[in-house]
Write a protein that binds this ligand. Structure first.
Ligand SMILES: Cc1cc2nc3c(=O)[nH]c(=O)nc-3n(C[C@H](O)[C@H](O)[C@H](O)COP(=O)(O)OP(=O)(O)OC[C@H]3O[C@@H](n4cnc5c(N)ncnc54)[C@H](O)[C@@H]3O)c2cc1C
Ligand SMILES: NC(=O)c1ccc[n+]([C@@H]2O[C@H](COP(=O)([O-])OP(=O)(O)OC[C@H]3O[C@@H](n4cnc5c(N)ncnc54)[C@H](O)[C@@H]3O)[C@@H](O)[C@H]2O)c1
Length: 455
């Protein structure tokens, strides 16, 4: 059995662990499907590249608001898809080639599972191979959850793993779930002309967002999509290309294609973790301490397989923590999940950090709210914006920022000063009054929300 100093299972964020500082070690990277993982191949990056095209198309459609006479001819799905994946597949292949060419790294293509403490069997197209390791990093990510009525129907369905690579957009797309993926991909497919129906079991889309954001976003897209809120799917029937979804109130949805987007599950169940002594939470996430160590000696984990916040910037941060801790067992650093920002790349964008207003109420926190509209600042006038807003939550007296939530153009960028202040302990008054805020930039909406706080 070949022995390596270090084995990384999963070449998504796990691949980033192995930098030049490991060149003196015998390292192996095991990947069963695609280098670059979810983010590069079926997640963050392709969805944003497609969403950007949808945004360009929307700009043309809405050009009349700015007295510009423009007409949208067509969105060429196939060209767009090939442009996006032509670039990303090349990145994936060059990432894989680069790794395989490194003298100190062995790349195994296949699915790994534990056969004992720090011992693995890798099964791939060329058969099975057993290896052992001094240290192991589990970075196997997660996969889309597929609910019973869909799986049991035997009828075709898409997930985020497949839907962005299809040959042609459907005329009628039904999306099960109203979270991140549904919100972003509804925009993409509606932008290409699909009629989109969203079936969500809660009463609002993007339910975990701050209540003002979730409410206003749901109202905003009500005219774009057929929303079936507070509804669960009970059955799928019909035939491929002509599906009928039956909901729990007896109503039906006719669709050519079904996209399932009801959350993701960690891939821990495929690793035979009992053999390694690696414990999991009830939801399948691998148990890690603040140093990303699992319950088994010499085994670390990072990313969606263990993280409380399954986002790429979190997986990247955890990869840095693991890389350090593998090399410095006597000087461990901790991963910090306190103030993790997130953005939804819809039209309009949504961005958030820290507590929501409903969190503050539930936790009995003393808080004040500052609100400002894009329509109240000069750049918002230029944009003819009537819906965008910034909402900040702060502790009365101290002005400590507890949470910030934006919905509107470039929200994913505008959140950054608020995130910096919250992370670095800069209070709301200092943030509003110390730095200059460029006039008439959109950042004035953040300044105004801070000034609106009654501290
Ligand atoms: C549609 C979509 C859009 C997203 N958009 C964003 C976004 O805009 N911003 C953001 O922050 N996050 C986004 N995310 C989440 C983000 O993609 C994930 O948080 C991130 O990619 C997780 O990285 P990871 O390394 O933990 O897992 P992955 O990237 O999934 O990597 C795990 C790798 O392990 C491999 N693997 C699994 N099991 C085995 C095994 N047994 N043996 C060998 N290899 C194995 C897999 O093939 C995969 O390559 C999005 C996700 C989706 C699905
Ligand atoms: N911009 C981003 O950062 C981004 C984009 C896409 C995905 N992601 C990541 O991927 C993860 C998965 O995304 P997602 O959209 O699949 O999950 P999600 O958790 O964001 O949303 C799932 C939604 O499906 C609903 N739901 C669950 N079961 C249902 C059922 N049976 N019928 C109807 N509705 C049901 C839930 O109430 C929820 O609103 C996200 O949690 C996020 O971590 C991030």
């Amino acid at each position: 059995m070949r022995h390596h100093d270090l084995v990384v299972i999963g070449a998504g964020s796990g691949n980033a662990v192995v930098d030049d500082s490991f060149a003196d070690l015998d390292v192996a990277v095991v990947e069963e499907r695609w280098f670059g993982g979810t983010c590069l191949n079926s997640g963050c990056i392709p969805s944003k590249m497609l969403a950007y095209t949808a945004r360009v198309a929307r700009t043309v459609r809405e050009a009349g608001r700015y007295d510009v006479d423009a007409e949208l001819g067509a969105v060429h799905w196939r060209q767009m898809r090939d442009r996006v994946f032509g670039r990303l597949d090349a990145e994936r292949d060059s990432g894989r080639r680069g790794r395989a060419q490194e003298d100190s790294v062995t790349v195994y293509e296949g699915r790994a599972r534990f056969v004992g403490p720090r011992s693995l069997r890798i099964e791939g197209e060329r058969g099975a191979v057993d290896i052992s390791a001094g240290q192991i990093v589990v970075a196997v990510g997660g996969r889309p959850l597929v609910p019973g009525p869909v799986a049991e129907s035997g009828l075709p369905y898409e997930t985020s793993d497949t839907v962005m690579r299809i040959d042609a957009p459907p005329r009628r797309l039904a999306i099960l779930g109203g979270g991140y993926i549904a919100a972003e991909l509804a925009e993409v497919f509606a932008g290409t002309g699909s009629h989109v129906t969203v079936v969500e079991k809660e009463e609002r889309l993007l339910g975990p967002q701050d209540e003002t954001v979730a409410e206003r976003f749901t109202e905003l897209v009500r005219s774009r999509y057929d929303l079936r809120l507070g509804r669960e799917l009970t059955a799928v029937d019909g035939e491929p290309g002509a599906l009928r979804l039956t909901l729990d109130d007896g109503t039906t949805v006719e669709a050519d294609m079904l996209l399932v987007a009801v959350g993701r599950v960690p891939n821990s169940d495929r690793l035979n973790l009992e053999a390694a002594g690696v414990a999991t939470h009830d939801d399948g996430r691998v148990v890690v301490d603040r140093y990303q160590r699992t319950t088994a000696e010499g085994v670390f984990a990072l990313g969606d397989v263990c993280s409380p916040v399954p986002l790429k910037h979190v997986a990247n941060r955890e990869a840095k923590v693991v890389a350090h801790n593998l090399r410095h067992p006597d000087d461990l650093i901790a991963a910090d999940h306190d103030l993790v920002p997130a953005a939804v790349f819809t039209e309009p964008q949504i961005a958030s950090v820290g507590a929501t207003e409903q969190d503050c109420r539930d936790r009995g926190l003393d808080y004040v709210v500052g609100m400002a509209g894009y329509g109240d600042v000069a750049y918002g006038w230029a944009m003819e914006d009537t819906t965008g807003f910034c909402k900040v939550l702060a502790e009365p007296g101290s002005g400590r920022l507890i949470g910030a939530h934006l919905m509107g153009a470039e929200a994913s960028t505008l959140i950054q000063p608020l995130l910096l202040a919250a992370t670095l302990g800069i209070d709301a008054t200092t943030l509003a009054e110390s730095p200059y805020w460029i006039h008439p930039a959109l950042t004035e909406v953040v300044e105004n929300a801070l000034l609106d706080l009654d501290l």
